[in-house]
Design a protein around this ligand. Structure first.
Ligand SMILES: [Cu+2]
Length: 179
């Protein structure tokens, strides 16, 4: 009895996990926070960002800024055309749009000292992740998995379609016969 109810609960949790995909809050740099001398490319690599997730930048109020900038301004460390800027000490950014988002610190010299972060946000429902400019991982596994090509389903789809065509043809014939 108890076993059955826990199984039902487990299934419910599994279903809710699959269908709800709750938003994740990422603390930028983890315990290092938002500071100079931290490699944010390394921090972001291996993480999957989805729309609705949030980024929290922790730093001393007024000591740094979080500016969202364009791709070219990210490359050149220019904050003159920043989309948004905050220096409150705790900046939370909600990743609303899919695509690549760029953040830099506007304090002179900080961006060139590593205070720049780019995150590639995947659309929440899409299983395909856009190719992000991540560094290739050095760990190459020589043992490749066997390609499992299962042709199950293709035949049944075809026969269902045939049945639908036959059924539609029969219906058309019946309608034409009546009139
Ligand atoms: Cu800074």
């Amino acid at each position: 009895m108890a076993c059955q109810s826990s199984l039902a609960l487990g299934l419910l949790l599994l279903v809710s996990c699959v269908s709800w995909s709750s938003a994740t809050d990422y603390t930028v740099g983890d315990s290092s926070g938002w500071a100079t001398g931290v490699d944010y490319t390394t921090w972001a690599s291996g993480k999957t960002f989805n729309t609705g997730d949030t980024l929290t930048f922790n730093y001393g109020s007024g000591t740094h800024t979080v500016d969202e900038v364009s791709s070219s301004d990210y490359s050149s460390c220019s904050s003159s055309n920043a989309v948004s800027s905050d220096s409150s000490g705790t900046t939370t950014i909600t990743l609303k749009k899919a695509g690549t988002h760029y953040f830099i610190c506007s304090i002179s010299g900080h961006c060139s000292n590593g205070m720049k972060l780019s995150v590639t946000v995947a659309a929440a429902a899409s299983p395909s992740t856009p190719s992000s400019p991540t560094t290739p991982s050095p760990s190459t596994s020589p043992g490749t998995t066997t390609p499992s090509t299962t042709p199950s389903g293709s035949m049944s789809i075809g026969s269902v379609r045939d049945l639908a065509v036959i059924g539609l043809g029969g219906l058309m014939g019946f309608v034409l016969g009546v009139f």
